[in-house]
Ligand binder design. Structure first.
Ligand SMILES: Nc1ncnc2c1ncn2[C@@H]1O[C@H](COP(=O)(O)OP(=O)(O)OP(=O)(O)O)[C@@H](O)[C@H]1O
Length: 271
């Protein structure tokens, strides 16, 4: 097992990823809870690297889309989808018979930090339990993950302390560290800064920008200022449909559609 070297090398992606031109591709994708169609017939192609922000009003279906990208929505009994979802060129169903592999390649961090009731150290290594690591390797991975998530300085003297004794902002960065040590190719972030303070939020934004130079990040945010600061690409959804998508420069310019402008650049912009 190599020590994760995220951000230190030009690419951490495996060879089959390199030949793909999209990290995520949705074709004719619709999503349902029971009989209710929540997302209707959308097409989306996201680049191998960069930060894509999904924005739009509450109930637009942003989280539902995100939760299908690593099949976490499979665990919701009434949830289903139609159409095709490809991750790194492979169909999420037939191409990933082992969902663990899909979830290793596609990490996810939720709005509420979700830490395990054990130490900070063990939390970081949770996804690597099946790997045979020497003590030195494990420690290096923990240190590296915590440094990546800008948390090392705050917790290096209490690694054996309980993760749930950390502040919410620290717990969220711990969740990021835990996802990052698995070296994902795609990272899904569902409003990761919604429940944390501005300083932690700033640290996470900086981290997302850095990571976006290496991997594909898909982030749901209600904070339009945040989308403006960190995105390369913006997808604006409303009522389960894509209203408009484009580069940050386009979406935050007078050239965007009137509907986008109303949502993004006028009424709701906080910057
Ligand atoms: N488990 C579920 N069962 C039934 N309906 C659901 C479930 N989860 C979400 N929904 C419904 O699906 C619709 C889209 O929800 P979703 O969370 O994807 O929207 P969103 O755009 O992420 O909203 P928000 O920004 O408020 O988080 C909503 O009407 C919601 O009530």
């Amino acid at each position: 097992m190599n020590i994760p070297n995220l951000l230190l090398v030009s690419s951490n992606q495996s060879s089959d990823v390199d030949v793909q031109s999209h990290s995520i591709r949705l074709d004719g994708f619709s999503a349902y809870y029971g009989k209710n169609c929540i997302v209707s017939d959308i097409n989306l192609k996201l680049p191998i690297k960069g930060v894509t922000c999904l924005v739009g009003p509450s109930g637009a279906g942003k989280s539902t889309i995100l939760r299908w990208l690593n099949r976490i929505n499979e665990e919701t009994e009434s949830a289903s989808f139609s159409g095709t979802v490809k991750v790194l060129g492979r169909d999420i169903m037939s191409g990933y018979p082992d969902v663990t592999e899909l979830r290793r390649r596609v990490g996810m961090v939720f709005q509420q930090p979700c830490v395990f009731p054990c130490s900070i150290y063990d939390n970081i290594l949770m996804g690597l339990r099946t790997q045979k690591l020497s003590k030195a390797q494990a420690r290096d991975i923990v240190e590296h993950g915590l440094k990546l998530a800008s948390l090392w300085d705050e917790v290096s003297n209490r690694l054996e302390g309980r993760a749930d004794s950390l502040s919410l902002g620290q717990q969220q960065r711990l969740c990021l560290a835990r996802a990052l040590v698995l070296e994902p190719d795609v990272l899904l972030l569902d409003e990761p800064t919604a429940s944390i303070d501005p300083i932690s939020s700033h640290a996470i934004e900086e981290l997302v920008i850095s990571l976006g130079r290496k991997i594909s990040i898909v982030m749901v945010t209600h904070n339009i200022g945040q989308a403006k600061r960190i995105s390369d690409h913006v997808v604006f959804l409303c009522d389960g449909k894509i209203v408009e998508q484009g580069t940050r420069a386009h979406m935050f310019s007078p050239r965007c559609s009137a509907k986008t402008k109303t949502y993004i650049t006028e009424d709701f912009c906080d910057c």
